[in-house]
Design a protein around this ligand. Structure first.
Ligand code: MG
Length: 242
């Protein structure tokens, strides 16, 4: 047997002897202990969530000029009022777990990008598309649950128009160095109606309609919801900062 091989065999044997001598508690740790969070009943938020919209008012929101958000609130939901523009949360965040429910109009109008279009913009920049993608073909990286113009969803998990749908998003914010250069890109995991559609996707930058994605240094940012001219509704919006 060659010398290196002999040494390797010896080390493996030594490791096995040592492993046999270990006790169960040698591989346990007790500190720190995870904080207790109480799960919500049904679709209710967990105890440590920041509730951004509870169905009653838009106090936690503003328009893009920092003025009062003018979307309509009724029946526990908020709905885009065409022409009033996007709205953003007053809370800003970085890494997070986000829950949001949305509904495209029951009355089907338009096609492709013109049907039930809105968007969930992480940190106000990176769009997870909201669209009625139920029997409504459009470009794959622009359908519901796509990272707009970047990544199509793994599957089409859309419910029919008029039904409430959920996004559960795990988001890792990008990190920029002191010169504003990208050090670590953003990552996103999306579950659409409980089905995995984006699996730790590495975001390439912002999500423009025209042109290629790019990063520009930023800090914490709000949740932004898009006014694309269609009366899309949202409810039960909460996030947990990570
Ligand atoms: Mg959109």
């Amino acid at each position: 047997m060659k010398k290196p091989l002999l040494l390797l065999t010896f080390l493996i044997c030594l490791g096995q002897v040592y492993a046999q001598k270990m006790k169960p508690e040698d591989t346990e740790f007790w500190e720190p202990e995870p904080v207790v969070v109480t799960p919500g009943e049904g679709t209710a938020p967990p105890s440590d969530a920041i509730i951004i919209f509870d169905g009653t008012n838009l106090d936690n929101w503003e328009n893009m000029k920092g003025e009062k958000a003018e979307w309509e609130v009724s029946d526990g939901a908020m709905t885009v009022v065409k022409g009033t523009g996007a709205i953003r949360s007053k809370v800003i965040y970085g890494d997070c777990q986000l829950h949001i429910e949305w509904r495209t109009p029951a009355e089907v109008k338009g096609k492709s990008q013109g049907r039930g279009n809105s968007g969930v913009f992480l940190q106000g920049i990176y769009e997870v598309q909201v669209l009625d993608s139920y029997e409504n073909r459009t470009y794959s990286n622009g359908q519901a649950a796509s990272i707009y113009k970047q990544s199509m969803p793994l599957v089409n998990a859309c419910k029919p128009p008029g039904e409430w749908q959920t996004y559960d998003i795990i988001y890792k914010a990008p990190i920029f160095d002191e010169d504003g250069k990208l050090a670590t890109p953003a990552y996103i995991t999306v579950l659409h109606n409980g089905i995995l559609v984006q699996n730790h996707y590495q975001i390439k930058g912002d999500t423009p309609y025209i042109g290629l994605p790019k990063y520009e240094a930023h800090g914490e940012g709000p949740l932004m919801l898009q006014d694309h001219g269609n009366p899309v509704s949202f409810r039960n919006i909460w996030l947990r900062k990570l």
